[in-house]
Design a protein. Structure first.
Length: 107
């Protein structure tokens, strides 16, 4: 189970998934529902902290490689864009193979 299907459960990113784009999509959908429900009254800057609690150690290690301006770190769209870029498969046109996310350089 991906940790995202139980009602009322805490969202969890499944970094062990063989399909990281789909795992990210499920994770993002779960926390967006949480933001529309129990955390609806929270401001965006506060909401930015929640995915960082739920993203697990690997996600926080990825986050630590980013250089964010003061305003960027207060926008959920920054987190969406950065993590989506990380989980997106890379295509190596020289070898004509997809490089799994764990073996490619990510920022």
């Amino acid at each position: 189970m991906d940790g995202n299907s139980s009602a009322g459960s805490t969202p969890k990113m499944d970094w062990s998934s063989g399909d990281l784009p789909s795992a990210w999509k499920a994770f993002k959908q779960h926390f967006k529902f949480t933001f529309g429900g129990p955390l609806k009254q929270k401001g965006e800057e506060v909401k930015c902290n929640y995915p960082m609690l739920w993203i697990r150690d690997k996600g926080r290690k990825i986050y630590s490689t980013w250089e964010l301006g003061a305003d960027e770190g207060k926008k959920l769209s920054t987190y969406y864009t950065k993590y989506e870029a990380y989980v997106k498969p890379k295509f190596n046109s020289v070898c004509k193979v997809q490089v799994p996310p764990e073996s490619s350089t990510r920022g």
